[in-house]
Design a protein around this ligand. Sequence first.
Ligand SMILES: NC(=O)C1=CN([C@@H]2O[C@H](COP(=O)(O)OP(=O)(O)OC[C@H]3O[C@@H](n4cnc5c(N)ncnc54)[C@H](OP(=O)(O)O)[C@@H]3O)[C@@H](O)[C@H]2O)C=CC1
Ligand SMILES: CC(=O)[C@@H](O)[C@H](O)COP(=O)(O)O
Ligand SMILES: [Mn+2]
Length: 384
Amino acid sequence: MRSVTILGATGSIGTSTLDLIERAPDRFRVEALTAHSDVAGLAAAARRTGARIAVIGDAARLPALREALAGSDTEAAGGAEAIVEAAARGADWTMAAIVGLAGLRPVMAALAAGATVALANKEALVSAGEIMIAAARDAGARLLPVDSEHNAVFQCYEPDPARIARIILTASGGPFRRASLEEMRGVTPAQAVKHPNWSMGAKISVDSATMMNKGLELIEAFHLFPVGADRLDVLVHPQSVVHSMVEYVDGSTLAQLGTPDMRTPIAHTLAWPQRMETPSARLDLAAIGRLEFEAADEVRFPALRLARAALRAGGARPAVLNAANESAVAAFLAGRIGFLDIAAIVEEVLAHYEPDAPTCLADVLAIDAEARLHAERRMERVTA
Ligand SMILES: NC(=O)C1=CN([C@@H]2O[C@H](COP(=O)(O)OP(=O)(O)OC[C@H]3O[C@@H](n4cnc5c(N)ncnc54)[C@H](OP(=O)(O)O)[C@@H]3O)[C@@H](O)[C@H]2O)C=CC1
Ligand SMILES: CC(=O)[C@@H](O)[C@H](O)COP(=O)(O)O
Ligand SMILES: [Mn+2]
């Protein structure tokens, strides 16, 4: 029986992971579940799975969690530090599905404990790339990619960069794939979170709409698959059926296909190196009929250009890009700035804040905090 921990258990990835685990109670035992504010969702999941500990990040909600878990065998804890401690308990397999840089310290703690970490939380790897990869290597921990594109590449990847010509990340193009810049100017948060193919949390849905998601994924791929930035490409594929491709020097291109259901890549990391059954709908290519592909447009989607530049520049640029983007997306979702302001704010922060490359986790956290202050100052100007 394998022990599992789910960081971000109440979110879109977290609940898909729980769904798989709860279908196979004889194979998995839940060590820890964490959430930020959703006490009811966390307590219900802990009761269903018999989790050893449930942690709520917002410490003010710990009394409510204790009450919701009264009479159960699950221990309750609260606060950001308690999430890090839960991650460090060293489950056999840990799902990293906290959204944003808030997930970085828990991921690093899980890696330091030598866990196998299934990584959905791309923002952590984007910001702390080299530091996280080195930490995993030093602890003998394993990072398995959950993000659908990276999981697809992982399934097609022969780890010899000399054999790989290109890694091609597919992108749906998001809800505004065909929209003009003028049309995008006035879109609302409700329109932006309506992804055409995937059901996901609000932040990543907005990232898909700006295509910053694909930019973050380029940086994520750079760290997971060391073939060099020049061999990473993006291709728009509106159906999200081909999840990504690896082109080899002999002209072979391998792709992984499936219906857009994250339970498939999650199950791949949960059972790896074996396979397990999932309830994901099977692919019916005859019913789909045709698959379409087109080039990405970095003029209408400047976030992609900014992320590519940050990837090429390296150093602190990806951490600054990510922090500014997280701040701007939160402001957009709160109705404080417009949709096109997101990339504009990120570009301005990148232009005015150029710290040295981080060499440790504390550096990454400091750069992240400072970049958010820069973004906040600029957003105050936009909204004044
Ligand atoms: N959804 C998807 O299909 C995919 C997601 N990803 C990545 O996976 C990650 C999770 O995405 P998704 O599941 O969509 O996000 P959701 O917003 O649905 O869920 C986020 C989870 O993180 C918790 N959380 C939020 N803020 C904090 C915080 N400050 N401290 C601790 N926990 C926190 C939430 O708790 P609470 O519910 O209490 O707020 C929730 O459990 C993201 O990095 C995303 O980019 C990658 C590929 C696909
Ligand atoms: C499910 C998943 O992995 C998301 O990252 C998804 O890829 C988002 O779709 P976009 O291709 O629109 O960014
Ligand atoms: Mn993805």
